[in-house]
Write a protein that binds this ligand. Structure first.
Ligand code: FAD
Length: 458
């Protein structure tokens, strides 16, 4: 883009998924962008990436990537997952499609996605990446960043004109805002932690479980999931209580881990040759919801991504929501021009706060769905009936999962519609014992009645 008079020197703190994409958006609008990142450059030889981790990317994420022209090449390294495959304690499988034919969420490698976005940002005129620079705080009055060079441990300061805080769930930018007057803040940890484990590739890099699916081992109070990788392996994640009879605290030795997994995940164990080593070598992650407000300070600091709204991972939407922040910010630039920062920041937080709050609730709601409800035949029957209603009333009944995952309907609207749908299904399901019952005259009459009283999409 041509450099306009509105061009400003902007600062982005944190070059994770959201920060690297945001830098690209800002620079494409003609701004000059300095990006600071605590880690060293993940594209440099010798960089210790740690474990390979994958994320589910869905429509909101694709839309944001598409806005800077990278959706297609990311899609090439993503694996479509068209549904869930549930594994019961005997290894029996049940399938549930996520949407209609052709709809899928994608398993993408976090490191690859981040490196690709950094490549693009760096190639974009106007962007300068500064790695190994940790923000330790900011001076809001003098507009200075406090930075520590992680190689030398030297502290130094740098001025900023406008600062975008994309430094994640434990944001240093946010922690400075937290000390300002009337700043609301809450963080809630679940009593659950997570452990990343590996389902190995088979001979010749073959996938040992169905490739194009997200696998779930729902066990009521806890669960394990697995997402496919390109090399034939799967990243598995165990979401498990920290304390209690079945918990991380209760599994202290390799023998205890093996006995537990043999009992509750018997079909997975033969595919996890490194189970006990990984179980004790990999850290136990915690799961937090962070809410805060305002997301801006005057018209010179703005929080986006996890820094503004970290959520638990059960809807696979954290990154997607942060990417959608970039889409919305960009559309506000289009509406207000590139210099009316006060309006842009004010409207950004007014639009995004209720939607990201709704997404935080949805993520917690889906925790119960994934660990418990997906194992219930009645729940799976209900999903089939919902698909029938959706087919019978096109556009008037879009299942909640589809609204969240396969649309850009604001999260708050999706959540409200989902609650209306749940209420309708609670009245309908007592009359339905099998899929064919949907066509019974009394059931059809009730469906018609429910849908007739609706004036807006359920
Ligand atoms: P981050 O990715 O955390 O990036 C923040 C960046 O800032 C990092 O590079 C960090 O090094 C840097 N930084 C931090 N502090 C400082 C500092 N003081 N100074 C300088 N730099 C700093 N989302 C999905 O959409 N789909 C999924 O399937 C999914 N699965 C998940 C599974 C798990 C187990 C977890 C924990 C999360 C999952 N998420 C998922 C959520 C997703 O990971 C986050 O929402 C996303 O990473 C947020 O991006 P971000 O750029 O805001 O923050």
């Amino acid at each position: 883009a041509p450099f306009s008079p509105a061009t400003e020197r902007l600062t982005v703190m944190g070059a994770g998924l959201v920060g690297s994409l945001l830098s690209l958006y800002l620079a494409r609008r003609g701004h000059v962008v300095d990006v600071f990142e605590r880690r060293s450059d993940p594209r440099r030889a010798g960089f210790q990436e740690g474990r390979s981790i994958n994320l589910a990317l869905s429509d909101r994420g694709w839309k944001a990537l598409g806005g800077v022209g990278v959706a297609d090449d990311i899609r090439q390294v993503g694996i479509p997952m068209s549904g869930r495959v549930m594994h019961d304690v005997h290894g029996n499988l049940t399938r549930q499609p996520y949407g209609h034919d052709g709809q899928a969420i994608y398993s993408v490698n976090r490191g690859h996605l981040n490196r690709r976005l950094l490549d693009l940002a760096e190639a974009q005129p106007g962007v300068t990446l500064h790695f190994g620079q940790q923000c330790t705080g900011i001076d809001l009055r003098t507009k200075e960043l406090h930075l520590r060079d992680t190689a030398t441990q030297q502290e130094h300061q740098a001025p900023y004109a406008r600062l975008f805080g994309t430094d994640g769930a434990f944001s240093a930018v946010r922690s400075t805002l937290q000390r300002t007057d009337r700043f609301d803040y809450s963080q809630d940890f679940l009593d659950y932690g997570y452990k990343e484990l590996t389902i190995a590739a088979g001979p010749g890099g073959a996938w040992q479980l169905e490739k194009n699916a997200l696998h779930i081992w729902p066990r009521g109070q806890y669960l394990m999931i697995a997402l496919p990788n390109l090399d034939g392996s799967f990243n598995a994640t165990l979401f498990f209580p920290f304390e209690g009879p079945e918990s991380f605290a209760a599994l202290q030795t390799p023998a205890e881990v093996t006995a537990f997994f043999d009992r509750v995940f018997p079909d997975a164990v033969p595919l996890m040759p490194a189970l006990t080593e990984e179980f004790f070598a990999h850290p136990t992650g915690s799961l937090v919801t962070v809410k805060c407000f305002p997301w801006k300070h005057g018209d010179d600091v703005l929080l986006l991504g996890d820094a503004a709204h970290a959520i638990v991972p059960f809807y696979g939407q954290g990154m997607n929501a942060g990417f959608e922040d970039c889409t919305v910010l960009n559309s506000l630039f289009e509406a207000h021009g590139d210099s009316d920062w006060a309006s842009i920041f004010a409207e950004f937080q007014a639009q995004r706060k209720p939607n990201n709050d709704a997404m935080a609730d949805l993520a917690l709601y889906n925790f119960v769905e994934m660990r418990d409800r997906v194992a219930d035949p009645n729940f799976l029957l209900q999903k089939k009936i919902e698909a029938k209603i959706s087919a019978q009333f096109p556009g008037r009944w879009v299942p909640l999962y589809s609204q969240v995952t396969f649309s850009d309907t604001p999260y708050a609207e999706a959540w409200a519609a989902g609650q209306r749908q749940d209420a309708i299904m609670a009245r309908l399901m007592p009359r339905i014992k099998a899929e064919a019952d949907y066509d019974l005259p009394e059931v059809q009459a009730l469906v018609q009645q429910e849908m007739a009283t609706r004036h807006e999409p359920a």
